[in-house]
Design a protein around this ligand. Structure first.
Ligand SMILES: Nc1ncnc2c1ncn2[C@@H]1O[C@H](COP(=O)(O)OP(=O)(O)OP(=O)(O)O)[C@@H](O)[C@H]1O
Ligand SMILES: [Mg+2]
Length: 218
């Protein structure tokens, strides 16, 4: 138990639309050990994104319990949840969600600046992380001046900027061609091992899920 980063018991999630109820997740038990990796798989509509949103505190389960680092997420107020997302959990979306007006370097720095880290230190760490994802020659490019794979690697660097204990990714290679997808996968795996970050990745990509410690099917 002490070595668990997440422990989720009997999670249910319903969406209510008018008179109808959509039961997306039913009695899901899920746990993740520190510094380990898991792929969340399942057909489209099976609830992968829904589960990731609850693990990161963006959404709440209808019932059930989500324990993160021994804390019940539902007992945190919105400010504490925002702090958890800023400090403890790096989130990479399917379509990167980088800020278009900012350069790669600025995008990676932002979570650190928000958490009060001095700008010089934030820039130094951003340069380090962008080098790690092989983008040291693209630091001053804006997202529109980067390829799809490069944007996704900036998003990975940004998600790692505050040294989270967990990196959560929703189809991180879904929008990439095979070459860029493999490249991004290698980068994610190397970095997560080096930085001892746990990985939760929702993916349809077998070349990615097969590299995780475990596969959790919905
Ligand atoms: N806000 C919402 N209101 C009503 N239904 C919703 C809402 N969000 C998601 N759903 C439904 O919940 C189900 C699960 O959605 P989710 O996005 O978690 O699937 P997914 O497994 O991530 O699928 P994909 O592989 O296509 O990304 C879907 O059938 C979807 O229509
Ligand atoms: Mg999804």
């Amino acid at each position: 138990m002490n070595n668990l980063l997440f422990k989720c018991s009997k999670i249910c999630k319903n969406f209510y639309q008018g008179e109808g109820v959509v039961e997306v997740l039913k009695d899901i038990d899920f746990s993740l050990e520190k510094s380990s990796s898991v792929a969340i798989t399942g057909p489209s509509g099976s609830g992968k994104t829904t589960l990731l949103n609850m693990l990161s505190g963006l959404d709440s389960p209808t019932s059930g319990e989500i324990i993160f680092n021994k804390n019940d997420i539902e007992n945190l107020n919105e400010k504490e949840k925002a702090l958890m997302r800023n400090k403890e959990i790096g989130f990479v979306y399917q379509f990167h969600h980088l800020l278009p007006e900012f350069t790669a370097l600025e995008n990676v720095s932002l979570p650190m600046l928000i958490s009060g880290i001095h700008s010089e230190e934030a820039l130094e760490k951003s340069n380090y992380l962008l080098k790690k994802v092989n983008l040291n020659n693209r630091t001053n490019h804006k997202p529109s001046e980067l390829s799809g794979g490069e944007r996704q690697r900036v998003a990975v660097a940004r998600a790692l900027s505050n040294s989270p204990s967990c990196l959560i990714m929703d189809e991180p290679t879904g929008d990439l061609d095979t070459y860029n997808a493999l490249n991004t996968v290698e980068t994610i795996l190397e970095l997560s091992q080096e930085l001892k970050v746990s990985l939760i990745i929702a993916t349809h990509d077998v070349s990615l899920s097969s590299k995780m410690d475990r596969i959790f099917s919905l």
